[in-house]
Each structure stands twice: as structure tokens, then as C-alpha cells.
Design a protein around this ligand. Structure first.
Ligand code: NZQ
Ligand code: ZN
Length: 391
């Protein structure tokens, strides 16, 4: 097990009606004037935004609103939010929505405390030294941004999708009411499930040894996610299954499953180029890329893939054919993605083989080569993984 520091300051308030406590949490964090930031309108249609506004009015907390954070959030909305925060003297940013609204809120919070262009902070030109506090009312379990230290923003003019880690990106509170996820389209529910499973795989696929505890925690979480997913696809308003998926999404990415191990994150890098170019849903892009990554790296550590296949995907053990068993595990993962309606090939997300050179060049700008820690990958290796995803 590697040395580690685990810091997760977020206060999670979970369960039915938990959103009614938003005003109390804002008061606790001395919010005087709040920017409420949300996405394309699902929170208006569900009535959630109105409920939150009412609470703030009743409790005399001033606020201004900024909607329009779109999936794969972009820099233009962040600039708009920063301007608003500065002119309105905002001292707290409340994201109501999913990873996109939350990440956009985090970037707005950073930029409001920075004199220069906020993109400097996403472009390694400056370090985040301060940020406004961010709170979250979550409506989709997926990205895990409600408990993570990451924010991912796309600079549209350059087509660059960038993630930045900072302790300032950890929300001070996150309210999670599983009932708020009943209105999710099944496609988004499924994409969220793929995303949280991928957050576990990025950590599970490691060369670190002595990590049996986090292996077992990860495997249990993956099994619970798949079981709950199957319940939700039969009955979308099953509270316990929705609750399981909500909390799994948080623990998959708040860092607790990654402690003591070197994490990978190459597959996220490969996917971010797809969502930057085609605006594909992040989880759907991962459903295409993860099986390809796994097949390509299977020989890096067959035992690890054998463990995953036998412990999580129920493939029968066969010590004499570990590679075959490991491959069957990957097949089972693909079957699960298909079962929940996710795409598994380039074609299905509108990605094109002819764009692979462009994707690789963007990846080079974003990350540089080689990439990866589970397997060190050259540009040619990454090309081969994209090609596998075309099949
Ligand atoms: O925009 P609205 O109208 O709210 O609709 C959203 C959006 O269309 C809809 N939705 C959300 N909650 C709903 C709902 N519709 C009906 N009922 C509800 N309760 O779902 C769509 C997707 O929302 P979005 O916020 O984009 O989803 P997600 O949470 O998957 O966030 C994706 C973004 O997070 C980034 C991704 O790259 C992507 O940009 N990530 C952020 C991470 C982080 N900050 O730690 C880590 C992840 O790996 C990921 O990269
Ligand atoms: Zn992700």
C-alpha cells in the first residue's frame, strides 16, 4: 500500500427531503449572497429550483440565478458567472444539478477569486490559491463531482476539455436526495452508472500491491451498482436502488477507493477527447473506451483482470486459463453496458476512425505522451486503443 493523505471535507446530507435543508447549510456557511447555478432546465421542470428559491426567500438569503451550464460545460458560461459574482458581490456558489453544473460552479468560484483569466488555472499557468465556497444539490449520480476535488471545463475555441484538481474544488456540502433522480431519462441514468463504474476501474487497475482492502471495497461497490441498476431498469422509482446508485456515485469518486494505490485515468483522457469533439455524453464515451482499454492492457497484469472477472463478473475460476477467464470478464462488462442501453463502439456515438489523428493530437496537447501508470502508453498505443473501440 502506498502512503496517502485522504482529505474529504464535504458534509454529505443524504436522503428523502434533504433538499429542504439547503437554507440551513447555507446559513451554517455564512452565505450572504448566493449564486444559484444550474443546467439546461431540468431543475425548473421538476420544481426543484422553485423550492430552493422559496427557502432562500423565506430565510432572507439573497441570491442571483445563472442557468445554462450545458453538458460538457464550457468556458463562456464560466466567464459569465465570474462577471456576475464580481458585480453582485457573491460570497457563495450553489450548484443545483449534475457534474456539469457543479464543475461550472467550481470554475466560477475559482475565477471569482482570481484577478486574471480563469483559464490560466486550467492551463497550468497559475495555481488555485483561493475560491468561493461551493455547495451542491445533486440531481444525477454520475460524475461524483459533489465529493471530488476535480472540475472539468471545455475551452470551446481550442476544443480542449481540461480537468483540474484542487482541494478548493471539494464542495463544503452536498445534498443528495435519491428521489430527485426519478426524473432522469434512462440514458442519463445508464451513462451515470458507466461513469461511476469507470471511476472505480481507473483506480482498480493499478500496479500498487497490498491493496486488498480497497480492492474488496471496489469490487463490492461494482457488484452493488450492477444489482441496483437492474432494479432501476425494471422500476425507476425504487428508492433503495436509486439510493444505492447515488451513494455509489459519490464513493466511487471522493477518493476513498483510491487511497494507497497509484491511479490511472488514461481512459478518462481518451474519452474526454471524444466528448470535446463530438459533445458525446461522458458516460457513453466511457462505455465505448473502457472495454477497448481493458482488452489492450490485459497482459499488463492478467491476474488483476482475472480477479475482476471472477470476483465481480462471476466468471468461473480456472487457474490454467487465467487470460481466457479475464477476457470473459471484459465480455461480461460489455454485455452489461449493452443491457443498460449504452453504446460500445465508435460508430454508435458518431465517432469516426478518420478523426483518430486529431483525437491523438488533442490528447498530446492535454496530457503529453507517454500517458498512464497501469500501462505506460505511447501515442501509437493510444491509437491502437481507439482502433479497438471502432470494432
Ligand atoms: O442540464 P439539465 O437540464 O439539468 O439536464 C441534465 C443534462 O441534460 C440532465 N439531468 C440532470 N439531472 C436530471 C436531469 N434530467 C432529468 N432529471 C434530473 N434529475 O442530465 C443531463 C446530464 O447532466 P450532467 O450534469 O451533464 O451529467 P453528469 O453528472 O454526468 O456530468 C458530466 C460532466 O462531468 C464531467 C464530465 O466530463 C462531464 O463534463 N466529469 C466531472 C468529474 C468531476 N468533476 O470530478 C469527473 C468525471 O469523470 C467527469 O469527467
Ligand atoms: Zn468520469
Amino acid at each position: 500500500m502506498e502512503n496517502f493523505t485522504f482529505y474529504s471535507p464535504t458534509e454529505f446530507v443524504f436522503g428523502k427531503n434533504s433538499e429542504t435543508l439547503t437554507w440551513k447549510l447555507l446559513k451554517k456557511h455564512q452565505a450572504k449572497k448566493v449564486l444559484i447555478h444550474y443546467g439546461g432546465g431540468s431543475v425548473i421542470r421538476s420544481g426543484l429550483l422553485q423550492k430552493i428559491e422559496n427557502q432562500l426567500k423565506e430565510n432572507r438569503i439573497e441570491y442571483v440565478m445563472l442557468g445554462g451550464a450545458r453538458p460538457n460545460p464550457v468556458d463562456s458560461k464560466v466567464y459569465e458567472g465570474i462577471e456576475l459574482c464580481k458585480t453582485e458581490n457573491i460570497d457563495f456558489v450553489l450548484a443545483v444539478g449534475g457534474g456539469s453544473a457543479i464543475d461550472s460552479a467550481k470554475a466560477i468560484a475559482d475565477g471569482s477569486k482570481y484577478e486574471g483569466d480563469f483559464w490560466d488555472l486550467f492551463d497550468n499557468k497559475a495555481k488555485i490559491e483561493a475560491s468561493l465556497p461551493v455547495g451542491v444539490v445533486l440531481t444525477i449520480p454520475a460524475a461524483g463531482s459533489e465529493g471530488s476535488g476535480s472540475a472539468v471545463i471545455t475551452k470551446e475555441s481550442l476544443g480542449l476539455k481540461r480537468g483540474v484538481y484542487s482541494v478548493f474544488h471539494r464542495p463544503v456540502f452536498a445534498i443528495i436526495n435519491p428521489e430527485l433522480t426519478y426524473t432522469l431519462p434512462m440514458y442519463q441514468t445508464a451513462a451515470g452508472i458507466v461513469d461511476m463504474m469507470s471511476h472505480i476501474f481507473e483506480r482498480y487497475l493499478t500496479k500498487s500491491t497490498g491493496v486488498e482492502l480497497t480492492d474488496r471495497l471496489s469490487e463490492g461497490t461494482l457488484i452493488s451498482i450492477m444489482e441496483a441498476a437492474r432494479v432501476i431498469f425494471k422500476n425507476p422509482t425504487n428508492y433503495d436502488a436509486r439510493a444505492t446508485i447515488c451513494w455509489a456515485g459519490t464513493i466511487a469518486h471522493n477518493g476513498s477507493l483510491g487511497v494507497g494505490r497509484v491511479e490511472d485515468w488514461v481512459t478518462h483522457g481518451l474519452e474526454h477527447e471524444l466528448s470535446a469533439l463530438y459533445d458525446v455524453t461522458h458516460g457513453a464515451g466511457l462505455a465505448v473506451m473502457f472495454p477497448a482499454y481493458m482488452k489492450y492492457t490485459i497482459d499488463e497484469d492478467v491476474n488483476r483482470y482475472y480477479q475482476l472477472a471472477t470476483r465481480v463478473f462471476g466468471v468461473e475460476r480456472d487457474e490454467n486459463n487465467k487470460r481466457g477467464v479475464a477476457l470473459l470478464g471484459i465480455d461480461k462488462l460489455v454485455e452489461f453496458f449493452i443491457e443498460i442501453g449504452m453504446p460500445v463502439t465508435f460508430d454508435e456515438i458518431g465517432a469516426k476512425k478518420e478523426d483518430i489523428n486529431f483525437l491523438l493530437n488533442q490528447l498530446e496537447i492535454n496530457r503529453g505522451f507517454p500517458v498512464g501508470s497501469f500501462k505506460t502508453l505511447s501515442k501509437e498505443d493510444c491509437r491502437n486503443i481507439y482502433l479497438l473501440a471502432c470494432l
